[in-house]
Design a protein around this ligand. Structure first.
Ligand code: NAD
Length: 504
């Protein structure tokens, strides 16, 4: 860690009470371009005082924001979606520089978040209560879905545009105020999105941003004025956040690690299947929570392994901004070291290395964190490469004799984020859909991240908390349902003392 005065590199600002301000901390981290190691900016580890100021500002803003009309809230997000569209190329370029993914994939990252902003703009149709007329004579019951107060979001490095946009637009559109803690590894595109949100008309204090790592996250979990915490990241950290936040009475939703399996039946369209598999296993250098790091080849489809490896070899490893790149660098040296360690363990534990992506040649970017597409066959469920989340471009190939054997294997894995089946048989696909114990299922679709008409619905070891981000479920998450039962007395109403619990 260094101090910002040591260099002329720009600093990433905090957003507190509507102002972008320099942190007073003495702890800073470099934000580096993973293709070149160039230091792009320095990000502060905000102090406890700064977190407290952000929460106080959000708490004060809640008093008026919670009463803001539906139309006013919706129009801010209508303006915001246009601003994101207008600035798409700049947003993608910032994202690629600090995160590494290819420019088209960076646009996809922004676009999948933009869809949530569009959804937030229809808040008038989403945050509707229920009404029952005459639940007793002259008595009506209805519900109000009221905002909770200050909510917080903690986001990972791999989707620095989409995942912050899963959180603050929906929380704010439902009448809450928000404190965002972006990933310290790539906070710059998130901050550009935050600037655009303020330009769209979000009032001071309604959205605040603090940067940092463990201490700031713990501060969020413990803060008595924060009512709900949304987290996306690894299983270890998410479990800690869930326990710590709920332990202080907060609502929490934690979307965590994954080990997604694709099941391939021999009747599948071979071309489509292998293209989808290569794209989802190696795209974004395998750093997607909905990547496919495990394929289960069923029956005769085992003979497709050679063609799969040939396809993987055609993918171009290069800096994300270079035209024609398929696979950019990994986020950090630490991530690169982890992938190297796991590939070595795969070899020593007896898997067969069909394609070795270690140390790919990337002329002009010799210092980048590159790892090429890697394929292991003869993988079993005891090996570290199967048990751990590699989060790199490494595909494990397993075999199953039947669809039911494949389903059993997927269901025995502790993770439940996503899965996919490739087949031409409707009956087999339906059987899979019914029997598979995973929250998000693709049928001939490799990365089934639901659009915001639905919610993200990971399950089992990949999720803690009942309600998912964005979509319908998050309206419940960010609101408290109040049930009102009301009676208005007319002049002619006569009463008497009623000592029972029934309404008359
Ligand atoms: P991470 O868990 O390291 O970091 C996530 C957030 O937690 C960051 O903001 C970070 O600052 C903070 N953090 C890190 N260490 C902490 C600690 N010890 N205590 C408290 N806070 C801490 O995750 P990452 O490496 O940024 O992201 C990759 C992980 O996220 C993968 O496991 C991936 O599967 C998962 N992910 C899941 C989903 C999903 O929807 N299920 C989506 C994207 C990413």
């Amino acid at each position: 860690m260094t101090t910002p005065s040591a260099t002329s590199v720009p600093t990433v600002k905090l957003l507190i009470d509507g102002k972008f301000v320099e942190s007073t901390t003495s702890e800073w981290m470099d934000v580096t371009n993973p293709a070149t190691q160039e230091v792009l900016a320095r990000v502060p580890m905000a102090t406890a005082y700064e977190l407290s100021a952000a929460v106080s500002s959000a708490r004060a803003a809640f008093k008026t924001w919670r009463k803001t009309s539906i139309g006013t809230r919706a129009r801010i997000f209508l303006r915001y979606q246009q601003l994101i569209r207008d600035n798409m190329a700049e947003l993608a370029a910032i994202l690629t520089a600090e995160q590494g993914k290819t420019l088209p994939d960076a646009e996809g990252d922004v676009f999948r978040g933009l869809e949530v902003v569009e959804h937030a703009a229809s808040i008038g149709n989403l945050q509707l209560g229920e009404f029952a007329n005459n639940v007793a004579a002259g008595v009506d019951t209805y519900t109000l879905m009221q905002p909770l107060g200050v909510c917080a979001g903690i986001t990972p490095f791999n989707f620095p545009a989409m995942i912050p946009l899963w959180m603050f637009p929906m929380a704010i559109a439902t009448g809450n105020t928000f404190v965002l803690k972006p990933s310290e590894q790539d906070p710059m595109v998130t901050m550009r999105l935050v600037e655009l949100a303020m330009e769209a008309g979000i009032p001071p204090g309604v959205l605040n941003v603090v940067h940092g790592g463990k201490d700031v996250v713990n501060g969020i979990c413990d803060h008595p004025d924060i009512k709900a915490v949304s987290f996306v990241g690894s299983t270890a950290v998410g479990t800690h956040v869930y326990n710590r936040a709920t332990g202080t009475g907060k609502r929490a939703q934690c979307m965590m690690g994954a080990k997604n399996h694709m099941v391939v039946l021999p009747d599948a369209d071979k071309e489509q299947t292998l293209n989808a598999l290569a794209g989802s296993a190696f795209g974004a250098a395998g750093q997607r929570c909905m990547a496919i790091p495990v394929v289960v080849l069923v029956g005769e489809s085992q003979t497709w392994l050679g063609e799969l490896v040939e396809r993987a070899k055609t993918l171009k490893v290069n800096a994300g901004h270079e035209p024609g790149t398929d696979i950019g660098p990994l986020i950090s040296r630490a991530a690169l070291d982890r992938v190297h360690r796991l590939v070595e363990s795969g070899e020593s534990e007896g898997a067969r290395l069909e394609l070795d992506g270690r140390k790919p040649a990337v002329p002009g970017y010799e210092d980048g964190n590159f790892f090429g597409p890697t394929v292991f066959s003869q993988v079993n469920t005891e090996m570290s490469i199967y048990r751990e989340e590699i989060f790199g471009p490494v595909l494990c190939v397993l075999h199953a004799a039947t669809l039911d054997e494949a389903i059993e294997l997927v269901n025995a894995n502790p993770n439940g984020n996503g899965t996919a089946i490739f087949t031409r048989s409707g009956a087999a696909a339906r059987h899979f859909q019914e029997e598979i114990d995973v929250g998000q299922v693709g049928i001939n679709v490799p990365i089934p991240v639901p659009v915001p008409l639905f919610s993200f619905t990971g399950s089992r070891g990949s999720k803690l908390g009942d309600l998912g981000p964005y979509g319908k479920q998050v309206i419940q998450f960010y609101t408290q349902t109040k049930t009102v039962t009301s009676r208005w007395f007319g002049e002619d109403d006569v009463g008497g003392v009623n000592t029972t619990i029934t309404l008359k």
